[in-house]
Design a protein around this ligand. Structure first.
Ligand SMILES: Nc1ncnc2c1ncn2[C@@H]1O[C@H](COP(=O)(O)OP(=O)(O)OP(=O)(O)O)[C@@H](O)[C@H]1O
Length: 575
């Protein structure tokens, strides 16, 4: 081996370990170079990207550095101790080549610092609620209730108005009539959704059957509904949070996010006789209103913004175009990532539980709603002890991730929900791109037993990056499935970083940092213009406020992996 060759091999070895992420633990693979035992060996063939845990990544870096040092030391030893000069030089060159990878580590340190600075800049700008802040509204009498706008298994939802809760100027143009953009969609006629102008609020009245009528009992049984409640939602009395009474346990609360519903007020009150109650939910009424009713006298009311439709209703009349569909998927992933970061799993994601309105340019804005089945217990995180079959695994069995659906209860068993909502988003994407959800129909796939190769193809109209993300999200094995954050990053990079992507390399994130800086400048400038509150701008700000170098690197790896598979026309057989 020539010196030049050895230098090249050293560089290559370091780079390949670096690019692929060293996937085998040190010590298990011991490489030998010219008789010298080394503690690390490169992975021999391209392997699928896998998340590198920060601790492991640090360990890997230390090992790489250690390896370079070992080689250099061995080279010097041999230099001092004799041996053929050519051999010594070769040895030294290999070590030096490997040591050059240090430069990449330095590059990484700088890129990580850039990410942190950008993140800090964008985190400063808080998400603004579409309603002007209001101070009253803790009683049912504060609201004028209109007609019923929805009903589920646990509640009826009514439009409502309150003189003190007008919409912000910029959002009053939420489209009443949406003319789908010819280039983006197949639907030609205009679509009409009810206007929220006269009733900007929605009041959800929970059906209280069996929870008792004390406020404490109501909260205990419906506490998850309060997860998206703002800090001002519950009346504060003498500095203490009360809900028409005193409560022991309050669940975790999610902070505001553009893709997660906000509950502005929550209070208990006597169940009133609202329009359609006797016909639509007579059994949920208290005996005061219906002698045959089984409901309790008081219940929980939640006040939210009134959205024109659900995602399911929207998709019944409209097939979003490529870009719009990608942005809709991206919003769901952003919402799920926000929940995950706060240790909350929704556990009942479906197109009925996603509400939708439109930004000033007619782009659908999606918000995740109905937290009645969520996992948000303080101190529990995303892992639920599954010790008996009576433990509730969540709602909507059809869209239950395989690891949840197949879990068998037993001592010490835990269900890990950290990627379960992301899996459901993968399934909902079929609906967004105009296809039936493969997990719905009776003849459809079952999440507990499907094989990945049985998944239908998305229509050709779905962009390549969406097809890749859906394939990845619907992997059975959660360890091989990207998190919502990494999946969102793949879409962000594909939507806005296409040109930069051609030169991106997971081993050298310097170019990525340059692109991020340019992107930040663009987003900041756009934020000053009239489109500052557009869905696109919100998504871009969200991305920049959540930058993490390793998660970005992971996304780049997946993209490169997807590109390779596309090139070899193997995407349908994605392992
Ligand atoms: N803020 C809102 N604006 C407009 N419509 C809403 C709003 N919240 C809910 N809805 C409508 O009411 C329906 C029922 O609401 P929701 O899903 O919260 O009730 P639920 O009884 O908890 O549902 P589930 O049966 O899933 O448990 C929704 O599908 C939607 O059509």
């Amino acid at each position: 081996m020539s010196v030049k060759h050895a230098l090249g091999r050293g560089l290559e070895l370091g780079r390949s370990i670096f690019q692929l992420g060293i996937l085998k633990p040190a010590g298990r693979v011991a490489a030998k170079f010219r008789g010298e035992r080394l503690r690390l060996g490169p992975a021999a063939r391209p392997v699928q990207p896998q998340p590198l845990l920060p601790a492991r990544y640090r360990y890997f870096r230390m090992s790489l550095r250690g390896l370079a040092a070992q080689l250099q030391a061995a080279g010097f030893r041999r230099l001092a101790g004799g041996g053929s000069p050519r051999n010594r030089a070769v040895f030294l060159a290999f070590g030096v080549g490997l040591g050059l990878i240090e430069q990449q580590l330095e590059d990484d340190r700088r890129s990580a610092a850039t990410c942190q600075e950008i993140q800090a800049l964008f985190r400063k700008k808080k998400f603004q609620s579409p309603l002007k802040p209001f101070t009253s509204g803790y009683k049912l009498e504060d609201y004028v209730i209109g007609k019923q706008i929805g009903k589920g298994c646990n509640a009826a939802v009514y439009e409502a108005a309150a003189p003190f809760a007008p919409l912000r100027e910029s959002t009053t143009c939420s489209l009443v009539e949406l003319k789908p953009n010819g280039e983006e969609t197949n639907v030609s006629e205009s679509l009409r959704f009810p206007s929220a102008a006269s009733y900007p609020l929605a009041v959800k009245m929970m059906w209280n059957i069996g929870a008792g009528s004390s406020s404490e009992a109501i909260l205990n049984s419906m506490s998850q509904e309060l997860v998206p409640a703002s800090p001002e939602a519950l009346k504060k009395e003498k500095g203490e949070v009360v809900l028409s009474g005193h409560f022991g346990s309050v669940p975790k609360r999610v902070t505001a996010h553009p893709n997660v519903i906000r509950v502005y007020r929550a209070f208990t009150a006597e169940v009133p006789l609202l329009p359609g109650a006797e016909e639509e939910y007579p059994a949920a009424l208290p005996s005061r209103l219906n002698p045959a009713g089984m409901g309790n006298n008081r219940t929980l009311f939640l006040v939210m913004k009134n959205y024109p439709c659900t995602l399911r209703q929207y998709l019944e009349v409209c097939v979003p175009g490529r870009r719009q569909g990608s942005m809709m998927l991206l919003q769901l992933l952003e919402g799920v990532d926000h929940l995950c970061r706060q240790g909350i799993a929704h556990r009942d994601l479906k197109s009925d539980n996603v509400l939708l309105d439109f930004d000033a340019v007619g782009c659908p804005r999606l918000v995740i709603t109905d937290f009645g089945c969520c996992l948000a217990e303080e101190g529990l995180g995303l892992k639920l002890p599954f010790t008996s079959r009576w433990v509730n695994r969540g709602g909507n069995a059809c869209l239950m991730a395989p690891e949840v659906a197949t879990a068998v209860p037993g001592p010490g068993v835990e269900i890990d929900y950290s990627k379960a909502d992301a899996w459901a988003v993968g399934a909902i994407t079929y609906e967004i791109f105009g296809q039936p959800n493969p997990f719905y129909s009776p003849e459809g796939l079952e999440s507990r037993s499907y094989q990945e190769k049985q998944l239908p193809r998305l229509p050709a109209s779905a962009p390549e990056h969406v097809q890749l993300v859906v394939k990845l999200l619907l992997r059975r094995n959660p360890n091989k499935r990207p998190s919502a954050r990494v999946a969102a990053n793949i879409l962000h990079l594909s939507l806005w970083g296409k040109r930069a992507l051609t030169s991106l390399n997971p081993a050298s994130m310097g170019k990525m940092a340059d692109w991020l800086l340019c992107q930040s400048a663009v987003v900041l400038l756009k934020g000053c213009g009239p489109r500052g509150s557009s869905v696109e701008a919100e998504l871009q700000r969200g991305f920049l406020s959540n930058l993490d170098l390793e998660e970005l690197r992971m996304a780049v790896r997946y993209l490169m992996y997807g590109r390779e598979l596309w090139q070899s026309l193997l995407l349908s057989d994605l392992p």
